[in-house]
Design a protein around this ligand. Structure first.
Ligand code: SF4
Length: 348
């Protein structure tokens, strides 16, 4: 006997998955749930949002009706686990009932490979330390042990590669977004070194994207490490990407614009801004700097920063006080192998 928190329908928010489906709640979107017959049926191609004229067509489908019927007689293990008693906050911290409209949601992505869950924790700790504005920290992750207010399980059986998953957040159906929410997508390969209120609270309007100014060269000028917009206003970026993920993910590699396979998501976003007249606003360039694990490259960036912004230095024994974020933006750079001693005081 379970007590489904999704009944009556509408009591709990439905969830949008990285595969383009909706499911009765975010708890069922996990590796165990995907293999359970009661839940697996909801992931058929014909039930994808893009294959239906509206959400009602999916929610009224036989598969959805059968799912709710089966909750009474033959619920999945996942539903038994989550809805047999009080919600365990350690299992999933989606706090829909506490949700207030107009939140700032800081959204990240983690997948096993280059980084460790420590990166998520240290970004979260940095935000807590250096941001006085209220925010909700969300991580789409294939590891449930990352530190975040909300952990959304990352589902893999799709055509989406690596960091391209973060485009999910452009869909207002993802991560329990409310219409007035301000969404910030942040990469985890960054160290926050000074107060960041001006960045997190940076004003954003309708049909506008706010990003870093990538002063250290190369196109585009925007930096995928920080993308801020109003929920739903830029949904065209997700909608267009998901029509043909493989093509978009390889487009800038095949045309020689980027030199690593599956890089180019910021090129895609920039291109979408141009195509759809999305206003692109870049925050003051001197707020951010790039570091690598290559001393020569860092020295060159230090010199360029001083010239460009008429400052004494970019980083000496610690970052310049005008810098808010240090981005390890190079594909071969990482924070945990950095030789700079100041990092241990900031990346905690
Ligand atoms: S876990 Fe299952 S029963 Fe519980 S709210 Fe989610 S879909 Fe409904």
């Amino acid at each position: 006997m379970i007590r489904p928190k999704c009944l009556p329908p509408g009591k709990k928010e439905i969830a949008y998955t990285t595969t383009g489906h909706i499911v009765p709640c975010c708890w069922v979107d996990n590796p165990v749930g995907w293999e359970e017959p009661q839940i697996k049926r909801l992931y058929q191609d014909k039930l994808k949002v893009s294959n239906n004229k509206d959400i009602e067509s999916i929610v009224d489908s036989d598969e959805w009706n059968n799912f709710f019927e089966e909750l009474k007689t033959n619920p999945s293990q996942t539903c038994k686990r989550f809805c047999s008693g009080p919600i365990k906050s350690s299992i999933n911290r989606a706090r829909e009932n506490e949700h207030k409209p107009g939140k700032i949601k800081i959204c990240t992505l983690y997948f096993e490979g280059k980084y460790t869950p420590d990166y998520v924790k240290k970004l979260y700790n940095g935000l807590k330390k250096h941001c006085s504005l209220p925010f909700e920290f969300i991580c789409l992750s294939d590891n449930p042990n990352v530190k975040a207010d909300v952990v959304i399980p990352l589902k893999y059986h799709s055509d989406i590669k690596k960091h391209w998953y973060k485009l999910c957040y452009f869909s207002p159906l993802f991560a329990n977004q409310n219409p007035e929410d301000e969404i910030i997508i942040m990469d985890i390969d960054q160290v926050i070194v000074n107060n960041i209120d001006e960045m997190i609270g940076y004003p954003v309007g309708d049909n506008e994207l706010v990003s870093y100014n990538k002063w250290w060269g190369g196109k585009p000028k925007l930096n995928g490490g920080f993308l801020k917009f109003k929920s739903g206003h830029l949904k065209v970026i997700w909608d267009e990407f998901i029509t043909s993920p493989e093509d978009w993910q390889l487009n800038w590699y095949k045309t020689g614009v980027v030199h690593y396979k599956y890089y180019g998501e910021q090129n895609f976003i920039n291109w979408m801004c141009d195509k759809h007249n999305i206003k692109l606003t870049l925050m003051p360039a001197e707020w951010v700097c790039k570091l690598t694990n290559n001393e020569d490259e860092d020295r060159e960036n230090n010199i360029e920063y001083m010239k460009k912004f008429n400052k004494d230095y970019m980083i000496l024994d610690k970052p310049h006080e005008d810098i808010k974020i240090v981005h390890f933006a190079n594909p071969n750079a990482n924070i945990h192998e950095s030789k700079y001693s100041w990092i241990k005081d900031y990346w905690i």
